[in-house]
Design a protein around this ligand. Structure first.
Ligand code: GSH
Length: 190
């Protein structure tokens, strides 16, 4: 049964699409025009009670929250291993970056952009510096590419577009590496 990703471009659903492209798993998109309110239907609320994107249906599994969807997909489809196994030594650090991408990077960034809140700006920039230091000479967060890179890469893309990565050179180079990946390019067609 084909996976369905409930999707809008641009949105947080793009990171899930990117991961699906990396995994090489067949999927179909149900697209919404968020500005037109196409997602605000009672039918879609049965899939996602807040009527947001992304949501994913994979056979008997219906799931929302981009972070949870990415963790699920990387664990479920392992032909291309993009997550350390549950008993692997780097599993814990992988989960750390998964949660960091949302709580310490994306949330303060979006709040900063929407409200101009200085505390959120400081939180985002502090997180960006942490990533910059951790990356050092490493190509990806765990060394090899993983689902955590999709999750971190997405908010970094928004920040880069706004020139907010100019003072974190390692991070800028990392983001260039991420968007050069063929699967990342395919996920950004529209
Ligand atoms: N925490 C959720 C946030 C989902 C979310 O806010 N999605 C936005 C698009 S990026 C959305 O659907 N907005 C339309 C709306 O809330 O009506 C996740 O990471 O999946």
């Amino acid at each position: 049964m084909t996976i369905t990703l409930y999707y809008a471009f641009p949105s947080r659903a793009v990171k899930v699409r990117w991961l699906l492209e990396e995994l090489g798993v067949p999927y179909q998109l149900t697209r919404f025009d968020l500005a037109a309110g196409e997602h605000q239907t009672s039918a879609y609320r049965k899939i996602h009670p807040l009527a947001q994107v992304p949501a994913l249906v994979d056979g008997p599994t219906t799931l929302f929250e981009a972070g949870a969807i990415c963790v699920y997909l990387a664990d479920r489809y392992r032909d291309i291993p993009l997550a350390p196994a549950i008993d692997a030594p780097d599993r814990a650090v992988y989960l750390q970056w998964v949660f960091f991408s949302i709580d310490s990077l994306e949330t303060p960034f979006l709040d900063w952009v929407k409200t101009g809140n200085e505390t959120s700006k400081d939180r985002f920039l502090a997180s960006a510096r942490v990533l910059d230091e951790v990356l050092g000479d490493r190509p990806y967060l765990l060394g090899d590419f993983s689902a955590a890179d999709c999750l971190v890469g997405s908010p970094l893309g928004w920040a880069r577009k706004m020139g907010r990565l100019d003072d974190v050179p390692q991070l800028l180079a990392y983001h260039r590496r991420l968007v050069a990946r063929p699967a990342s390019k395919r996920s950004r067609y529209d």
